[in-house]
Design a protein around this ligand. Structure first.
Ligand code: TRP
Length: 334
């Protein structure tokens, strides 16, 4: 039996941080040998908010290199850039024309981003979930690793696929319905300035997150200044102490320790003792990723060959699906 296919993507906006790594990419890496994986850098999604043309390409390569640096293994995965495979844009258009407008207007993330972007809401922001549906459906993905915030987009993807199959491919469905891939230990990494908010690329404060490419000095400084509380003795799962829970969780994940071991180790500690330990754990965990990242970035022709191969493999599958979709919709094919 062939392996199930997984597809996921990250936008090339801002730097990847510990939340992206511990909550998402690390899980992709752990599960990668079980699946046939496609990981893309979704640079078409990146322009749904105002973007900087001078850095778009380099930001895109940075994410691709970080995939490799985090341990994505080319024996199990393809890495490619969304805009290099033109079928994404094309399928998005075709799916646009079967997606009811109110489905998009009702999406939680659209409503939230629309408020944030104020005057700057373009049609692409509304259409973002249709492009994401195209990303997934083109590859006939079985599983999509998603966090809580992307679940609604995956449901929409299934709704669109169902509607397409119902309208145009009733006898033999063309599009596969993807399932979310949710790991049991889905780590939710919270902001360093507010333990009740997710660590996020879009938080204006750099102090709120640790980026994968932060220097040891930056990491130490951020941890020194991060929000804590006045209680001595550090514990997990106290709803009154969200920062404490978050920092212990980080310490556990970065050090590869179990919750029990960390709970025991830290139960009597004060912040002054704990923070340097956490900073060391973060620096140490990120060092191999950073080393690999710079090795990849300094070998541009290697990175380009990885992306070329990824693109070729991706295109093969994507173009086949696109052809089937166009046929089902009644297009003449060249
Ligand atoms: N919307 C996703 C996010 O912000 C990124 C994304 C785009 C994606 N296309 C995708 C994720 C396809 C999974 C599958 O995280």
């Amino acid at each position: 039996m062939s392996k199930q296919r997984v597809l996921s993507g990250v936008q090339p906006t801002g730097n990847l941080h510990l939340g992206n790594y511990l909550g998402a990419i690390r899980n992709w890496v752990e599960g990668q040998s079980q699946y046939d994986n496609f990981f893309c850098v979704v640079d078409l999604h990146a322009i749904t908010a105002p973007h900087n043309p001078a850095t778009l390409a380099s930001d895109t390569y940075t994410i691709a290199a970080l995939y490799l640096a985090c341990g994505i293994d080319l024996n199990h995965a393809q890495i490619f850039i969304q805009s290099h495979v033109s079928a994404h844009s094309e399928l998005a258009w075709l799916l646009n024309c079967i997606t009811p407008l109110n489905w998009l207007q009702d999406m939680i993330q659209f409503k939230e981003k629309a408020v944030k972007q104020g005057e700057n809401v373009n049609t692409g922001l509304l259409d973002y979930p249709v492009l994401m549906a195209a990303d997934i459906l083109l590859y006939q993905a079985d599983k999509v690793p998603v966090g809580e915030d992307q679940k609604q987009h995956l449901e929409l993807t299934r709704d669109i696929a169902n509607r397409f199959n119902f309208q145009f491919a009733r006898k033999k469905p063309v599009l596969k319905l993807p399932e979310p891939l949710i790991r049991k230990e889905g780590a939710r990494v919270m902001s360093l300035t507010d333990g009740t908010k997710k660590m996020s690329k879009s938080d204006p404060s750099e102090q709120s997150r640790i980026n994968l490419l932060d220097t040891p000095e930056q990491i130490q400084k951020k941890i020194k200044r991060c929000k804590t509380d006045l209680v001595k003795g550090l514990v997990f799962d106290d709803p009154e102490r969200p920062e404490c829970h978050n920092l212990l969780t980080l310490y556990m994940l970065l050090g590869g320790k179990t919750k029990e071991v960390v709970a025991q180790e830290c139960q009597e500690m004060g912040w002054g003792q704990f923070k340097p330990l956490l900073a060391d754990a973060a620096v140490e965990a990120l060092k191999p990723i950073q080393d690999k990242y710079w090795a990849v970035m300094n070998d541009r022709s290697y990175l380009e060959s990885v992306l070329r191969q990824g693109r070729e493999k991706a295109e093969e599958i994507a173009d086949e699906t696109l052809t089937q979709v166009k046929k089902a919709m009644g297009y003449s094919l060249p």
